[in-house]
Design a protein around this ligand. Structure first.
Ligand SMILES: Cc1ncc(COP(=O)(O)O)c(C=O)c1O
Length: 407
């Protein structure tokens, strides 16, 4: 037996993805990290190039991945317990560092309990598996992350039990709530905190207010869920994310340790009963090894740093550099989406120009992501810049200088 026949079919599928413009480009390989020095933030070297690159496409908003405290904690825990857990959580794969991280993240986001997952992706899938039944209706923002959409598919939520509202459009959210049929017992309204391609945020206060109006219509009420993967650690005055920024707390919070906190893993935070239901029902939690103890203890360190004076200074630098970059774009007459988040989109609105600009920036040592049709609608072609705490004023000036030169 061989996979020749399968390979031929798969090759055709891959070819179609390429023709449709949906194929992922080849992966670049980072070979070296060059620490910040003087007025230069960190640089990276890629395989096959002598250039030193500034990463403006990293989610590591607080720039903590190389922080000595995280590395030291990960090293200590690894020496204590080894590199892998050896089993899933319920078969004695739970170590003290898993428990510590669950308590720390719950306290940080202001919920009584939390469960950690291997990623925010599997957290979203786990939540859908835990709280859905045939009388559950889901409503989501049209720009929700792929993991929320995939979670609903994995949980076999029928298409009749779903509503999608136009991005951040509260009238359309009301329409979706009005359309829920009377036999539904539970409604879940789920949305990204920060929309990762745009850097704008969900109006959480308004969403909760509207959901409260409908709550008494359903046996289990209307439950609000934010996936704040791009907000947690990077947004709001205390780094507690979009709920912090909006001053409004959804019922359930999902997030990641793999972006601002610079580590890996995800979490669901909410009531103790919800978290016990997740432990009992979320297959993406139950039947897979947990994070390593190194990841857990490094994530605890990252949260502690975020809560310290050092963290405040890092957050301030993200805000200052993002403002510097946005103001610079404005001075150059370039279009962006307003807001204070570290995701700063440059609206190019032209596919060929987007490709040219991404290549020009790459040739000049800048890594960014270009989004073109069909990934975004025609006319919405964008380059996404992501500001990190380790970027310096001179790094940002350098990028703005390059954009100015681009004809
Ligand atoms: C809203 C949202 N949820 C989930 C994820 C996935 O996060 P993780 O890498 O922890 O799975 C992302 C990352 O792109 C995201 O933007």
């Amino acid at each position: 037996m061989s996979t020749d026949k399968l390979d031929r079919s798969l090759a055709k599928e891959i070819e179609s993805l390429k023709e449709e413009g949906r194929a992922k480009s080849p992966e670049r390989i980072i070979e070296a990290y060059i620490p910040p020095e003087g007025d230069r933030g960190p640089r990276y070297k890629l395989r096959g190039s002598n250039q030193e690159f500034i990463r403006l496409n990293s989610n590591s908003y607080l720039s903590l991945a190389n922080h000595p405290k995280l590395i030291e904690a990960a090293d200590k825990a690894t020496h204590e317990f080894g590199v892998g857990p050896g089993a899933v959580r319920f078969i004695d794969g739970t170590f003290k560092y898993h428990d510590q991280l669950e308590k720390r993240i719950a306290a940080f986001v202001g919920k009584p309990a939390a469960k950690i997952f291997n990623s925010a992706y599997t957290s979203n899938c786990g939540l859908a598996l835990s709280i859905s039944d045939k009388n559950t209706h889901w409503i989501g923002d049209q720009l929700n992350h792929n993991s929320i959409i995939r979670g609903m598919r994995i949980a076999n939520i029928p298409s009749g039990n779903k509503g999608i509202f136009k991005h951040n459009n509260m009238d359309d959210l009301r329409r979706c709530l009005d359309e829920v049929t009377t036999e539904m017992e539970r409604v879940v309204v789920i949305f990204d905190g920060i929309f990762s391609m745009r850097g704008d945020h969900a109006p959480i206060g308004e969403i909760i207010e509207i959901c409260n109006e409908y709550d008494s219509k359903f046996k289990d009420g209307v439950i609000t869920v934010v996936d704040d993967s791009h907000g947690i650690g990077a947004y709001g005055t205390t780094g507690r994310g979009t709920p912090d920024y909006c001053g409004a707390q959804p019922d359930i919070i999902i997030g990641t340790f793999g972006k601002a906190f610079g580590v890996n893993g995800g979490y669901i935070a909410g009531s103790p009963t919800l978290i016990e239901a997740v432990r009992q029902k979320a297959d993406t939690y139950i039947y897979t090894n947990p994070l390593s103890v190194a990841d857990c203890t490094a994530a605890v360190q990252a949260i502690d740093i975020c809560d310290s004076d050092e963290g405040k200074a890092l957050l301030e630098n993200i805000q200052n550099r993002a403002r510097q970059f946005r103001e610079g774009l404005e001075r150059l007459g370039l279009e962006s989406i307003p807001g204070p988040h570290a995701v700063v989109p440059l609206m190019v609105r032209d596919t060929a120009k987007t490709h040219r600009l991404v290549k020009y920036l790459y040739d000049n040592g800048i890594l960014v992501v270009g989004l073109t049709f069909p990934v975004v609608p025609k006319g919405d072609e964008t380059i996404r810049f992501q500001i990190n705490a380790a970027h310096t004023q001179s790094d940002i000036d350098h990028v703005l200088g390059l954009l100015k030169k681009f004809a």
